[in-house]
Write a new protein. Structure first.
Length: 139
């Protein structure tokens, strides 16, 4: 059913995934080829791997919404998206090491919120699966 709580969590995770593509994660001075500090921002389009992972998490969260008839597959895809989002955070953090100095943007919260929202969705899917199994036992 689409009117379950995990649908809201997945929709919020998808929205955060989309917004991470648009907004920066980190801003600061970066070394260029001439070793002169240049003020730049770190966003998903700046790194191809981060961009691919961000789009993958966004699409996986949206696809999971419509997998409500197959809860086991929905749970698996949600957990894979959770792992990919953690990998994405790791890659973002690794990219921040290339900056001389700078600060995390306020919109970095969106990137960190994605695995939390996916975990909440997975918990809701698991509870639904457990409820359906208990109802099957009662029949």
């Amino acid at each position: 059913m689409l009117q379950r709580i995990q649908t809201i969590w997945l929709l919020l995770a998808g929205a955060c995934g989309f917004l991470t593509i648009k907004f920066p994660f980190f801003t600061g001075n970066k070394l260029d080829a001439n070793h002169v500090g240049q003020y730049e921002r770190l966003a998903a389009p700046d790194n191809l791997i981060i961009l691919i992972l961000s789009v993958a998490v966004f699409i996986a969260a949206l696809i999971c919404i419509f997998l409500y008839k197959n809860r086991k597959l929905q749970l698996r895809v949600t957990l894979v998206a959770f792992i990919v989002s953690l990998l994405n955070i790791f890659l973002y953090h690794r990219e921040t090491k290339k900056f001389l100095n700078g600060d995390y943007s306020f919109t970095a919260i969106l990137t960190i919120a994605i695995p939390v929202l996916l975990l909440l969705a997975a918990r809701g899917i698991y509870k639904d699966e457990k409820l359906v199994k208990s109802m099957d036992r009662l029949r």
